[in-house]
Design a protein around this ligand. Sequence first.
Ligand SMILES: *Cc1c(COP(=O)(O)O)cnc(C)c1O
Length: 778
Amino acid sequence: MNLNYSYRELAEVWGVEIPQATGQIHSVSIDTRSLTEGNGVLFFCLKGKRNGIDFVREAYEKGCRTFVVADTDSIPALEGAVFFVVPDVLKALQKLAVFHRRQFDLPVIGITGSAGKTIVKEWLYHFLRETYKIVRSPKSYNSQIGVALSVLEIAQQHTLGIFEAGISTVGEMKSLEEMIQPTYGVFTALGQAHDDGFESRDQKFREKSRLFLNCSGVVSTDYHFSGEHLKNSNRNEVIVEESGNKTFLQVENYGTFYSGLSGRLELDNLIITLLTLREMNFPSDQVQEKLNSLPEIVMRMETVAGKNGNILINDSYNMDMDGLEYALVRQKEIAGDSKRVVVLGFGEVFRGDINAVRELVGRYSPDVLMLCSKQNREGLLSLEEAEQLLASITEATILFKGSHKSGLAPMINRLSLKHHQTYLEINRSALRNNLGYFKGLIRNGARLMVMVKASSYGSGSREMADFLENEGVDYLGVAFADEGVELRKAGVELPIMVMNTHPAAFDDIIRYRLEPAVFSVKQLDEFTRTLILHEKSSYPVHIKLETGMNRLGFVEEELEEMITYCKSQPEIRVKSVYSHLAESDNPDRSFTQKQIERFVRNANRIQSALNYKVERHICNTSGIVNYPEAHFDMVRLGIGLFGVGKSTELQPAISLKTHISKINRLQPGETLGYNREHVATKEQEVAVLPIGYADGIHRIFGNGKASVWLQGNLAPIIGNVCMDMCFVDVTGMKAAINDEVELFGIHHSINNWATWAGTIPYEILTSLSTRVKRVWLD
Ligand SMILES: *Cc1c(COP(=O)(O)O)cnc(C)c1O
């Protein structure tokens, strides 16, 4: 956020007393978890599960000095803190958003409807982002709070806004309309039913259409109200024809385009996107090219193969009526003529009316409907009952829908067909904790780059990048261009530095807006020539300096030539200079200090030759901890994010788990596995685990070298590790088939494995093979 409001202006917006203290705020926060540096942040104490006021102290400790509280809250005495006391904190946040929006005169697209809002928003962004500087709602931030936060992101440089508005009952759209003030309206209605919050279909459409009150144009695939008049949809202005594996869309007064998309929902979204482009006079001759590279928007809905020949659709992320209808349509598409089962899980906070849900689902007449709740609510099944019933269902398409607190996820996991019982679990809340820890260490507002190379140290770079983007890190770093391309294709928007580039990848680098690191003049020259072909100027590059690793990087003697080159080529702009520390975790600091000195000297030389600011960075994880004086403009976090490090504040964020496949009883003299390396000297219970060296559990771990954690015991790996299996001694541990086993994680540190193998945790993580399923926990 880039706000600049004085205390006085704020007080005037809300019509409350002007505080005696003076000052400015530059951003707002509603959540202490995402707050790293509170200086200049205005904290809104919203009423949630816990009262916002409970967080005041926490925010205060993070440097926050301005708070908006309700007049019923008891205000703690904190030195230097300024409290704006308002009747309703949410309304105050919204008023500020309305005020902020009025400062800008830019076109804004407002999107509402039952389904597809986020996809249409992201697709419009894809088409328009080279024509406009766009501000848009992150993900599906479309609620009363989300819209306010999105609108507050508008800044001077933006030339177009794209915002989503989602409502569930009458009266909610008014405040969203006031904040968004759209100039173009987009209505992505699915509209087969009316929601629980509305009396009728008309009422729902009338309410949603309120968003378009002041729009110069509205695009819709359903009927809607424009002004007070009922308008028909624009759906019939597009003729859709399928031919081979292509779908042709003929858009009236615009052009004919083709796409590989074919599902009804996807085509509806595409139609509305094209109609909106037409409404905005986007040049029709640029449509097809961009259509060819339409990003695949990762929806939460996930389809997996289940046991008993079932197909499981997992949409257990949130429980809202719009999403439910979308999921029901999708289920019908997937199921075709086969049996359909709908399982709905209700958490403790479902505000809607369960009967309305029943009615909505009824319209799609599934063969079986199960409503369940882990709180044992009256009239609903318990999760156990639901799971029992599901166990007897075969050859069906089963839709699971519920909030992520509904407890459906573990059940879905059990019902899904797993060929492999081994998985790497990545825990977002531990990652968040660790990220917070490092953010707290960073000095002088230095920015944070997170290294996500090698599939983010083996954890899965898409999920990680998505997570990091949400957590507000500034930069990502990858090793090779392909890794960056994958992230862009997944919709990641953060700047991405690519450390090792090759001329063959230069086209991709430019096409996917990646920022190369360069370490020779030859490379710089080749890249510049590609930039000229692409007609790009001031393209960001990062200069890698050699300071002691003797790996890649410009050595001192090459600097002059590099500087001369950079000065003479307007195509490139040196975004940063950086170097890498060879032993930032060594208690002997002398070599690292020499590296830092050399870095500063050479960075100064480059900076003084260029007439713009060049950033500098040198610290990796242990550099961040041990050399705060060298944080400069940015730091590059890697392994620390996973909780590998010395501080007790770090939490292990990554665990490798498997399950016992079988238990054998060895008699004295019997042997185990290949080469019969292990010979039982007494009676022994041995568990077989479905994980072997092809998964990354190297042979070196066998024959007693390593051990796994099993319900409080450490069970040694015995015998030789096989390709897909290994053995552990579980004598006297009361182990049973299917018991969970932790190879490393919270109970059993990955550092132990590194020690046993004579290596470092990095190598253990990155040598886990891709067949180990990655499972991300919230
Ligand atoms: C991998 C890498 C990092 C991160 O290192 P960690 O020790 O994992 O924090 C930082 N900088 C560069 C250049 C790297 O290659």
